[in-house]
Design a protein around this ligand. Structure first.
Ligand code: ZN
Length: 231
């Protein structure tokens, strides 16, 4: 089989998006939690406890959310395929016409479209309809457990970064160091993700750093407000 030399990145979409989302979320939510608590003048122990609680609860909710959303996608795909299988078994003629119609819409002449539809149907009718009619391809095949695990692990790794910084630096500097280091982690992640996906690195970096800074500033403000009120 001839292999062309072009280099595509679409096979990275699925797990890349989940991984970046998880790690990004881990950094932003845990750093914001730590900064909010530290801004309220909490003790070092309380800051670390909050960070660990944020890591565990965040990882579990990411896993649960990803599992539920990917499972429902998988359920939809399975139901669509079952309906397609039934239609192929009960009404081959209009299914063939439908497939040829899809190829005509994609620019083939009616004769060629008919030929292609006939050959694809003979080779793997369900596969052809799944791919060309329903848009279900091997790449997008839902794997709920894999997606849930990937999200939980990447969230936990992301969350561990600001937590580690909070553990190392003395309490009076927690807000500053966790803020700066978390922005650095976010910028690095955003740039790497953009590069891996073939997109503009600076845009990717600026995007996550901006939203991260916004989230941490908001929680720092709330935390210091509570710190004043509670004192
Ligand atoms: Zn069909």
């Amino acid at each position: 089989m001839l292999r062309h030399s072009e280099f595509h990145r679409s096979h990275r979409i699925g797990w890349l998006r989940a991984a970046v989302l998880g790690a990004n979320d881990g950094i932003v939510s845990t750093a914001s939690l730590i900064i909010g608590i530290a801004a309220a003048h909490a003790s070092h122990g309380t800051i670390l406890l909050t960070g660990v609680a944020g890591l565990v609860s965040g990882a579990m909710s990411m896993a649960a959310g990803e599992y539920v959303s990917v499972s429902s996608q998988s359920d939809t795909e399975t139901a669509d395929l079952a309906r397609e299988r039934l239609e192929l078994a009960t009404d081959q003629e209009s299914e063939l016409k439908e497939l040829a119609g899809i190829y005509i819409a994609r620019g083939l002449t009616p004769d060629l479209a008919q030929q292609v539809a006939v050959q694809f149907t003979a080779h793997d009718a369900l596969g052809a309809h799944a791919r060309d009619e329903l848009g279900i391809s091997e790449i997008m095949n839902a794997r709920p457990v894999q997606a849930a695990l990937a999200s939980a692990v990447t969230f936990a790794v992301g969350a561990a970064l600001p937590l580690l910084v909070a553990y190392i630096v003395p309490t009076p500097n927690t807000v500053l160091y966790v803020g700066i280091m978390s922005l650095a982690f976010l910028a690095l992640l955003g740039g790497l993700a953009a590069k891996a996906g073939g997109a503009n690195m600076w845009k990717g970096t600026a995007r996550v750093a901006f939203w991260g800074a916004l989230a941490m500033t908001a929680t720092a403000a709330v935390g210091s407000l509570f710190g004043v009120v509670a004192a």
